[in-house]
Design a protein around this ligand. Sequence first.
Ligand code: IPM
Ligand code: MN
Length: 357
Amino acid sequence: MKKYKIVLLSGDGIGPEISDVSKKVLKELSKNHNFDIEIIEKLFGGIAYEKYGTPSPDETIDQCKKSDAVLLACVGDIKYDSLARELRPESGLLKLRSALNLFANIRPVKVRKSLLDASTLKKEIVEHVDLIVVRELIGGIYFGKPRGHITNTKIPKAFNTMVYDSAEIERITEIAIKIANQRNKKICSVDKSNVLEVSQLWRDTVLNITSKDKNISLSNIYVDNAAMQLVRDPGQFDVILTSNLFGDILSDLAAMLTGSIGMLPSASLNNNGPGVFEPVHGSAPDIAGKNIANPIAMLLSASMMLKIGLNEEEAAENLETAIDKVLSKGFRTADIADGSSEVLSCSEIGDKIMDEI
Ligand code: IPM
Ligand code: MN
């Protein structure tokens, strides 16, 4: 029997609630699909800070490195906003991404038929949405140096550096090409090359690399236009390739096409070694502990983990079908409820999904 060792990081806010659902579902899938899954739980984020004084303890990172895959719920809480930057839960996340060299962040945005009415946009605009955001994850302005505060000026000043070298752009472009080749072979690269040098290098490098693959059709647009096109006609996109900051912003925007950010999974990958699979949403401290969160983004992340991280494609498909069945029967969590649906709690919708597995 195949045996996998995964690390589960429940993190903060709604994290433990949606993790509970994910654990049960993974165990059930392992029984049905004949594999063994060891789930090692580690502290990460604000909760790790409370216990160890750091959001990303070495022990947690080491355990992640030794695993087959990492499933992460979410981190963060406003109560940590006043901490020094390196102690904040978000910095822990950046450290994990960087320590595992997860340069490629894959965010599929697919509108599920049963949720067409949940979007704030018109049905006709969102019904054909099926795109993937490929976001560079360990470079750009998130990590660029120098960065910091300048204190010896009359008024407070702070700065960051948006920087890429061509090798970083090349490797993320290769990933986008690989993904596009499994889909409609269209890549739209998003930059701000009308203003930024770093974006000019981005555009030139992407063009250079993609031109070697004759199957790929490449378009380039500026990030402001990309934001507009994503709400005007999102169906035009297949693979969106972009840098760390632009990808962060555009993927939240794209998430809303599906009706709720509570529906969007992601995978952060390296060319080898374990990936981190996590929902795009945050820790929603305002609804934490109420058992009303939507566990589906985390379950879809678990499905990406099964498929990409563990090669358990059938189990992944089983899970996705189960989710679709539950949604098409009209069961919803509060964030995606419409007048005609039955609103369930986080654990209740988890149980419904278990029943369909
Ligand atoms: C995301 C999040 C993170 C990011 C934060 C929590 C650091 O918004 O995964 O999109 O900005 O990358
Ligand atoms: Mn984000």
